[in-house]
Design a binder for this molecule. Structure first.
Ligand code: NAP
Length: 484
């Protein structure tokens, strides 16, 4: 199958925090891969900006090292790397001072798409936004990209939105949730809205419940102090899992257009029911397998921060009333996996005497690893001996179905950065969406803080605390196994 890479306009992309971890691990390697795919026009430039005293050559060396470290060997060859590095510039800029800004203005060329990636702590967003305008570096056509965490609660998210809104309008602001850049997540929209097959069944009459799982095997490794101020609810549920839930639950937008899509997602968030305390299970991983527990990792012996959370969430609208969405995410679990599983209801009456109880159609959308879609259907077990039913997967691995294009799926950051250059905000969160998600999450967090709830310990390498299993058992349901 022929790869179709749609060219973008030539750009100047400034990465504030160009020397930081995110730039090295994700942004620069993603840009390189787009360059390799022929998508980056020759006149484009990528400009690192940070406080470190670095020559342009030293920043290129740093970029080369990052590509060596974070790209598989098959994805880099020396000639292309050196050609890519010719697009790299560096300007020393202090976000909190006046140094470097005039120089930065001198590097930005008119007639290009101008994008400014704020890959720095959110406390610097206001300083950078203000200086970009004060020094006439950005204008009404410029785009800015901001990273998670977008606020810590509703009040701080509103404050951040207000700071950005002082200098840029909403059409210029690209709030990244990299889950939205994943191929399968977009496929969720294609499955729902490009096929007639599923949409008539996509409602409480036919869908029993939905499970969204994002499981990690790692702990808080070195990020303990930061993570301890956040926890799984803030770090994962309020943003990533919420976005997935929205894409499953939203009404069809009138068009695949940024505001049409985001309007529909916002309606879902606003229709979320308050979560009852008995529908929340929070956990903290214990020591095990030769690795320290959460308490040691966070260096906070009294920590009440959750490294695992499971929730039962209801949506109060005609489509979903009566269909629970079970969300769970956690660290130090058995496998690294992200998936959405849509459990359909059982047929109202079985004509087969020996139908296997408990089996139902399940549509599984795998985000990682092995992005793909799997539909479990009942068929007759082959061979003589009567009508015995068996559940089999109708498996569509992207790799199998699409050949090279299926195995060579671009990283979410590649797609999102190119969307910024194209000026397409569909896969970015709008300010009101982020605020609505915090407005839902805040009372849940405040509830357990007021009650002084402690997370339950869970053993590493499993599926989280036992109570998380009970959350579904209680309703006569079962989580899918956490496995790759
Ligand atoms: P980091 O490794 O600490 O890097 C921070 C960057 O900001 C460095 O390049 C630093 O460079 C620069 N910086 C700090 N103060 C500055 C100032 N006054 N003026 C100009 N530049 C300044 O952080 P990170 O992990 O890359 O994260 C960056 C942002 O992305 C954060 O908001 C983080 O929450 C978010 N994020 C990160 C990840 C990730 O995987 N790392 C994932 C999701 C979101 P100098 O020290 O040279 O100035």
């Amino acid at each position: 199958m022929v790869s179709r890479t749609i060219p973008v306009d030539a750009f100047d992309l400034v990465i504030f925090g160009g020397t930081g971890d995110l730039a090295r691990r994700k942004i620069l390697p993603s840009l390189y891969r787009r360059y390799l795919a022929g998508q980056i026009p020759e006149e484009s430039r990528i400009i690192g900006a940070a406080r470190s005293e670095l020559s342009e050559e030293a920043f290129r060396d740093m970029t080369r090292d990052a590509l060596m470290e974070f790209l598989p060997a098959a994805k880099r060859d020396d000639t292309t790397v050196e050609a890519f590095l010719r697009h790299i510039r560096y300007v020393r800029v202090d976000a909190t001072g006046q140094e470097g800004w005039d120089e930065l203005r001198g590097v930005i060329r008119p007639g290009m798409v101008h994008a400014f990636y704020f890959s720095v702590a959110p406390s610097l967003f206001g300083n950078i936004a203000e200086r970009l305008l004060a020094h006439s570096i950005a204008d009404a056509d410029s785009r800015i990209v901001v990273e998670k965490p977008f606020g810590h609660d509703l009040a701080s998210a509103k404050a951040l939105n207000a700071v950005l809104a002082e200098h840029f309008n909403e059409q210029q602001i690209y709030r990244i949730d990299h889950y939205l850049g994943k191929e399968t997540v977009q496929n969720l929209m294609a499955i729902r809205f490009a096929n007639i097959l599923f949409e008539p069944l996509w409602k409480t009459e036919y869908i029993d419940h939905v499970q969204i799982t994002v499981a990690e095997t790692v702990g808080v490794n070195g990020r303990g102090a930061y993570y301890d101020t956040s926890g799984a609810m803030r770090d994962m549920v309020q943003n990533h899992l919420m976005q997935l839930l929205c894409l499953i639950a939203m009404e069809p937008p009138y068009h695949f257009d940024p505001d049409a899509v985001r309007d529909e997602k916002l309606k879902v968030i606003r229709a979320l029911e308050p979560v009852r305390p008995e529908d929340i299970v929070r956990g903290q991983y214990l020591e095990g397998g030769g690795k320290p527990g959460y308490i040691e990792d966070s260096e906070n012996p009294n920590s009440r921060t959750e490294s695992f959370i499971a929730l039962k969430v209801g949506i109060a609208n005609w489509r979903w009333k009566g269909t629970p969405f079970y969300l769970r995410t956690g660290k130090r679990l058995r496998a690294r996996t992200s998936e959405i599983a849509i459990f359909f209801r059982r047929p109202p009456h079985s004509i087969f005497d020996n139908a296997v109880d408990g089996q139902q159609n399940v549509l599984v959308i795998r985000l990682q690893p092995n992005e793909g879609i799997n539909m479990k259907v009942m068929i007759k077990e082959p061979g003589p001996g009567g009508m015995r039913l068996v559940q089999v997967p109708l498996d569509m691995s992207f790799a199998q179905a699409l050949g090279d294009e299926g195995t060579d799926i671009p990283d979410a950051y590649e797609r999102l950065i190119m969307d910024v250059i194209r000026g397409n905000q569909t896969l970015f969160m709008r300010g009101d969406e982020v605020e609505a998600a915090w407005a839902w999450a805040d009372p849940i967090i405040e509830g357990w803080e007021q009650r002084g709830d402690r997370p339950q310990g869970y053993h590493p390498g499993g599926a989280g605390p036992d109570d998380a299993l009970m959350l579904l058992h209680r309703d006569g349901r079962r989580w899918r196994e956490v496995k790759e």
